[in-house]
Design a protein around this ligand. Structure first.
Ligand code: GUN
Length: 293
């Protein structure tokens, strides 16, 4: 069994980006600038956004955090989005999800300039991705593809079973795995809450991507010997014995499933760190594309 060490690969990617930023600085070029918009004080979102901003500092990007109160109106958020679209200094930005209930998420995502949409959530980018055109690929699926590539995991011709059809992970990873390319060309089954007998499908899978957010969902009896396991679940389980008051766990019963898997991602330290690295990669791409204009 080989551990797909996302933390290590993410650090490698960050070092590569930092080296490129260093060269940009020497040439006197503007360095990439990422902005993050956070509305409210959701604990997980605060952690993610904080980590994104810290990573920017580490690799020499500029970063701006726009932290708005929970009761921000949709109108005020849309105003900020159009300011970010117009700001020539900002190369890319993200609006951290979920947004408070009184704000229409779809309306906000549609307002983001696709050229600055480093999350790849705008339909223009999603559509272009699906059509193999130049786009921004959402960071989590992009990170999974990069992890498979860097570990040279064979994907071509394999049967990949994706669990969960979210717009951020399940749906896009099902598209990317089935695209033409050396580390794709898989045959994909996309399963979801209405799928009959998921176990019958996972037992036929060479690769399983679980993006459900249900701790311990994927058990050893659902996995065949030698399967590649990608665990995208990041659930906070309350635990008074921990200093933070919780621990992080994935969708996969790691202890038992890792005994059967050929490759497996741990949680934490697997897909999570890759998401941040690929967001930074997208921001670098955004900067380069804007320079070429
Ligand atoms: N919420 C959970 N994952 C993500 C992400 O990748 N980007 C944003 N903007 N919000 C998220």
């Amino acid at each position: 069994m080989t551990l797909l060490n996302g933390k290590e690969i993410a650090n490698q990617i960050k070092d590569e980006i930092a080296a490129e930023v260093g060269e940009m600085k020497i040439r006197g070029e503007k360095v990439p600038h990422l902005a993050a918009v956070l509305v409210g004080n959701d604990g997980a979102s605060l952690t993610y956004v904080g980590s994104k901003v810290r990573s920017c500092k580490r690799i020499g990007f500029e970063s701006t955090l726009k932290h708005l109160p929970e009761d921000t109106t949709e109108e005020d958020l849309l105003k900020l989005v159009s300011e970010l679209n117009a700001d020539p200094d900002i190369d890319g930005y993200i609006v951290q999800l979920p947004l408070p209930k009184h704000i229409d998420e779809e309306k906000v995502l549609l307002a983001v300039d696709p050229e600055k949409d480093v999350d790849g959530f705008h339909p223009t980018n999603f559509g272009k991705m699906a059509l193999d055109m130049q786009s921004f690929i959402p960071a989590t699926p992009f990170g999974i593809m990069e992890l498979l590539k860097r570990y040279k995991v064979e994907v071509e011709g394999k049967h990949a079973v994706v669990i969960g059809r979210s717009h951020i992970v399940g749906r896009p990873i099902s598209i990317l795995l089935s695209q033409k390319g050396k580390y794709s060309n898989a045959t994909v089954t996309l399963t979801h809450s209405r799928t009959k007998d998921i176990k019958a499908l996972t037992l036929q899978a060479d690769i399983i991507v679980s993006a459900l957010g249900v701790p311990g969902f994927l058990t050893a009896d659902m996995v065949r010997e030698g399967a590649v396991i990608i665990d995208v679940g990041i659930t906070r389980v309350p635990d008074a014995s921990k200093e933070r008051g919780y621990y992080i766990t994935g969708d996969v019963d790691f202890e038992a499933v890792s005994k059967k898997a050929s490759y497996i991602t741990p949680v934490p330290g697997g897909v999570g760190p890759m998401t941040i690295a690929m967001l930074l990669q997208n921001t670098l791409l955004a900067r380069k594309r804007r320079t070429r204009e």
